[in-house]
Design a binder for this molecule. Sequence first.
Ligand code: GLN
Length: 425
Amino acid sequence: MNGGEAAGTGAVIDPLCHPVTDALGDLLATVRRIDPAGELADYIPELARVDANGFGIAATATSGHSYAAGDADRLFTIQSVSKPFVYALALEALGREAVLERVGVEPSGEPFNAISFDQIGRPANPMINAGAIVATSLIPAADAEERFAVIRAGLSAFAGRPLDLAHDVYESESATGDRNRGLAHLARASGMLGSTVADAVEPYFQQCSLLVDTGDLAMMAATLANGGEHPLTGERVVAEAVARDVLSVMASCGMYDRSGDWMFRVGMPAKSGVGGGIVAVTPGQYGIGVYSPPLDSAGNSSRGVAALQLLSAEFGLHMLDRPRESVSAVESIRTDAATGAITVEVRGEIDFVAAEQIVYAAMEAVGGDGSGTHTGTETAALVIDLGSATRATPVAARLMRAMAGDAGTRGYRISVRDPAGILVP
Ligand code: GLN
């Protein structure tokens, strides 16, 4: 587990006596009282043997602050929670289009081990076994051993520490993995597999057998929440566009045939595994990891699902909640009484949403339809002051340049005070 350091202040906050930690502990206690029904996975002896009572939760903010409660440092095999991260590595290595040719992004509505291929023989999505095995096969490598080495290094970079392999679990996965081999053969028959069957499934069984604790899951999820850059190590593990693509697929396909119900009730991109782990992400904010081995009938951790449902409701984390009013990009609008000159002062980072606010405020200030206080041949000055603005996205800069041009044709002298040149194309 990584402790929570307060950014900037130099003070060390003990995450163990923090109100957030207490709230997470209360959440676990509530779920234990609800006691949702679940069964341990028993397709291999290693999973049937674990302590069914283990229950932990961890949350890491994109600032790097971490909180945990319960059995958050208990190790377990990552299993299918590896899927979004390996998919991320495949996207990073091959690019979006090449990966889309081999594995789709449609929810299958089917169990994790379903024979799920579309009309052209492409697995429906990379969050179920068929698609995940294809994603693994696409990781560039000469053979199975090198492929697993690349995957292990990639997942370790997401976690920010080297992850170990549970050899006994891997042996069992491989010994009982004929259905997965069957899926790989089908994918290979339709030309979707990037390697031989063995060079796909053995690294797949190994990636499923990597050991993590709940804190690792929270950190891996926080790296996705943070646009692919690890919150503490600062390593850019995948590009921001890749992180977004992965979250998109987690949002629609992450919880097997419960994905629709999950989006409805919890509203966070997530992924579960038969080891009892679940990762969930609030983009730009938090990575969350939960662990409890008993599974519901869809193969998702039953206490984990209950905990995330409660967390989403109590902490207000559903991604489709109406966003709260954010700080306006328009700091102030002043009209000089003597000259009639208007100054629109802008602060912070100007994205599309901010630019829309600025343009609206400026148009309103000058009378956007030409019928404002200044008309005809009269000219007045409108100054957009970007002195406190930090950055403009390309679309925001385009909108603001267009506004300046537009207002000019309406007879206003628009000038932009842009000392840092952030609107320059
Ligand atoms: N190793 C398991 C399998 O491929 C992982 C499945 C899961 O976590 N749902 O069958």
